[in-house]
Design a protein around this ligand. Structure first.
Ligand code: F6P
Length: 495
């Protein structure tokens, strides 16, 4: 693609901004963080769902066409918000994408109890998931109507059936799909009825390239294509031979926008939050910053802290665990219940160990980037103990701005662990005793060792930025376009 290329079309469920009463806020989660650089620095139009009533209203005001918006987090975007039928959207988001797909892709189902796949769930796929995918596919097709060989970059687990719809209408389109969450082993997909599963895989395999954060997820996906779909694969080259086409499967680990994060760290409001934090600070600060999601393993993090305080009473009144959790997907019953369990456990632990003068766990249930960045600067220990996590950008942002040679305790099941594991204290997220021991080891670690690890982490998280991430993907797009234009490829199917 040259400089005169037509605009890139990005498509995801959540867009860069959400409209609300009297304003606009930045979209949450790793996906928005990943795409904001791309969409504001390159000629791109970002197609996304209208997720709130206000989004729908704004979409109507613009006649459903693209418009330009300033994000409060910085940057200007051309976005097109797509309004779906509210009932279909609810089935899409709150029943099928979350929890069914999300739970499959984070091993969250407690299979002896759930899920029961009834008509309710099947209809959520047919009349919810597929309807929203069709709506967004239509919007993409409008955007590429007059463009020859357009490039469309599709994002995440909400849109697995969209690529097949675009491919059918536009065989010349180049479709690249990035999945921001883990890809789990074949058996975890057997929860889904075969027809639904095949529709999902056929949708994804309509892409030219499918990308993941890590080699482990890439390998899992290839294995699934072989074991569940009977396609031949080349595990070394990362290719699925799918009917008459080859689909490339690649790992592109997402870096953080370290310049932008540093700029946030310099804001006045961050300085004000720091003052407040330092005023209340004890000798040691443990920090976690997460969406309140079951995959983040918040309860085991608190249980480990409880064990630590019991086994190391010398730390009483000297340490605070600050947990900043952003309520998420609260219309999904499993998430609402999870928040209640978090609050209850915090109350028990604070009651068990606290004193009139000291609250061991400080829980902040809100999404406040500046407050989080202020806390990043001053932690002694950053806790990222997710059960499974696609990447986890907190594990990268924290060490970037931290000023105290803070130690990262990092779950070995996060995507970030592939890059940062060497300089973190690695933990098995299910082993709460190991986690309690790791808290102790981190808080008592020799200063030189803390400094060595902190330097290593900073070096890794500043080595690349999202611009490099996108360039790698665009380079593969160009490479594959050349290969596809060459002599015909042979596609094979086993069995
Ligand atoms: O980055 C992972 C991710 O799950 C995105 O796919 C998603 O948009 C984001 O986190 C936040 O979730 P939600 O859009 O449901 O609030």
């Amino acid at each position: 693609m040259s400089n005169t290329s037509p605009p890139l079309v990005l498509v995801s469920n959540r867009g860069p901004v959400t409209f609300e009463d009297g304003g606009v806020s930045r979209g949450g989660g790793g996906l928005v963080t990943a795409l904001t650089g791309l969409a504001s620095h390159r000629d791109a139009v970002w197609v996304a769902s209208a997720m709130t009533e206000h989004d729908s209203r704004v979409s109507h005001q613009h006649g459903g066409r693209p418009f330009t918006v300033q994000s409060p987090g910085g940057g200007e975007y051309r976005i097109k918000l797509v309004d779906s039928d509210p009932e279909a959207y609810e089935r899409f988001y709150s029943i099928f994408a979350n929890p069914i797909l999300w739970f499959i892709q984070h091993y969250l189902w407690d299979l002896s109890n759930a899920p029961d796949i009834r008509r309710h769930e099947v209809e959520a796929f047919e009349f919810g998931y597929n309807v929203v995918n069709e709506d967004l596919a239509r919007a993409v097709l409008e955007e590429i109507e007059d463009v020859e060989e357009p490039v469309v970059m599709v994002h995440d687990y909400h849109l697995y059936t969209l690529p097949a719809l675009v491919r059918r209408a536009r065989p010349d389109a180049f479709l690249h799909h990035f999945v921001h969450i883990p890809w789990t082993q074949p058996d975890s997909w057997r929860v889904l009825p075969r027809l639904i599963r095949e529709e999902i895989y056929d949708g994804l395999l309509a892409n030219d390239i499918v990308g993941f954060h890590t080699r482990a997820y890439r390998n899992s996906f290839l294995q699934c294509c072989r074991d569940l779909m009977d396609y031949e694969i080349d595990p070394d080259e990362g290719i699925v031979f799918c009917r008459d086409r080859e689909v490339w499967v690649r790992a592109y680990p997402l870096p953080i926008d370290y310049e932008a994060t540093r700029a946030v760290a310099r804001r006045d409001r961050v300085a004000a939050c720091e003052q407040e934090l330092l005023r209340r600070r004890r000798d040691h600060l443990i920090l976690r910053v997460d969406r309140a999601d079951l995959s983040k393993n918040v309860l085991r993090g608190f249980t480990a802290f409880d064990i630590f305080l019991k086994q190391h009473p010398e730390f009483a009144e000297r340490v605070t665990f600050l947990a900043q959790l952003m309520p998420s997907r609260t219309d999904v019953p499993e998430y609402a219940e999870y928040l209640e369990r978090i609050e209850a456990l915090v109350a028990v632990i604070n009651h068990r160990h606290g004193t009139p003068d000291w609250m061991p766990i400080q829980l902040k249930l809100r999404d406040d980037l500046e407050e989080a960045v202020a806390a990043y600067k001053h932690y002694d220990v950053l806790l990222v103990n997710a059960m499974f996590d696609g990447m986890n950008l907190v594990a990268k942002e924290g060490p970037l701005v931290n000023e105290r040679d803070g130690v990262s305790i990092l779950s070995e099941n996060t995507g970030a662990h592939e890059e940062l594991g060497e300089f973190a204290v690695s933990v098995n997220p299910f082993d709460v005793q190991e986690l309690a021991d790791s808290i102790h080891a981190a808080l008592t670690m020799a200063p030189e060792e803390r400094a060595r690890r902190a330097r290593g982490l900073k070096r890794i998280v500043t080595a690349r930025d999202p611009g490099d991430w996108v360039d790698d993907q665009l380079a593969d797009i160009r490479r594959k376009e050349r290969v596809d234009a060459g002599p015909a490829t042979t596609a094979r199917r086993t069995g």
